[in-house]
Design a protein around this ligand. Sequence first.
Ligand code: CA
Ligand code: CA
Length: 431
Amino acid sequence: MMDKKIKLIMLLLASFAFLIFGAYFVSKNIIKPRATQPKINLAIYPSNTTFSPEEEKEFQVVATFLDGGNLKLTYAKFVIQFPRNRLELSDYVWTPDNFRQIRVDGMQAANSSGRIIVRLGAISLDQAPPLSGSLVLARIKFRAKQRAGGEGEIRFVRSNLEFVHSGEQNIQVGSVQGSRVSFESSGGQSPSPTPTNTPTPTPPPTGGQTREPSPTPTQPPGSAPTSSPTTAPTPTPTQQPSGGGGAGTGGSTTFRILVKFQGISGLPKSGVRELPVKIGLQRVGSRNIMYKTVNFRAKEGGVWEGQVAYNIPTNLYFIFIKGPKHIGKKICEERPREGYPGAYRCPQARAIRLESGRGYNFDFTGITLLVGDLPEQDGLVNAYDLSLVRNLLGKTDADSLAKADVNLDGVVDTQDFALIQAALSVRYDDY
Ligand SMILES: [Ca+2]
Ligand SMILES: [Ca+2]
């Protein structure tokens, strides 16, 4: 009796174990595992090198992908830190042609901070590189300072790495390897603690100006270089900064700005006559962008006009503009032009000179502000923006129109959808 019971229990246990094992085997081998998690390893080459005094060397930032499947790299952000008391960025940063430089710090910004911030967006999904093998993300030239001596490291800032693939997911960052660099000191002297090359700030202007005193830039950084990395960049600021950084008359600098939005060619049919537009002002050499949101009013011919005032010292600036359903744009000229809508990029080493207390008229209607980043805005165009329009197709209520009627004709329809879909190839704010 007892024996039979035990046998039965044993049999049950055995078949249970067999079932579990069987299920495990099936899930592991028969049902194909879902696409594995793609991974990226990062390295800076050469991984070990020695500089003679004032020697220039090129470094490569290389990404190696694992388990990428058919995915592609669509966005890359990395920050490289270097010992700025021993090294200086000596040439602008080369990045691949199939990426748009959303942000690449120029020489002045890099050499005053010891960091190079690089943000790249794939120009189009077709041209985006596959997540396989290795990819040179950047070539960077550094020059050793005259009496450097000692050693240091060129490395990634681990907390500042972001890579996104075509499936709209972050790519897991695996190993991250920097470059060990040592420096021969000149004339056998002891390594000199060379002071950093932070520009000496001019005294802050009197009156209620901006927070930080403004160093007078010797040259604006090449914020969006596109030409070949072999040629030395020739900074051609629109105008030279004059004397002291804050030599203004004080008071606010006012701007009257004209812009055009994609898909709006006249007075909007929907009756909307005002749009909140975010304006940003960035002093060349500063990381800080001062944002203000002001209402722009509709005029004839699809032109919108807005006014904004800033308390700023006289200096060279970049202007950023972002509409309520739009992709942000960086503008570095008083009269920007473009070959086709949305094509404008800041020419290298250009900036707009603004004087404290003066009034300016900026006609930016030579370019078009592309739609794509719908509220709540997050700086990029992605599946969220697209599905928002899709979900509101056919709607005419105020809330839906405020969110997704990008051409302001009073209905969310396929025209709006098509405009957002086209914007997926641009994707990111131009900051
Ligand atoms: Ca968005
Ligand atoms: Ca519409």
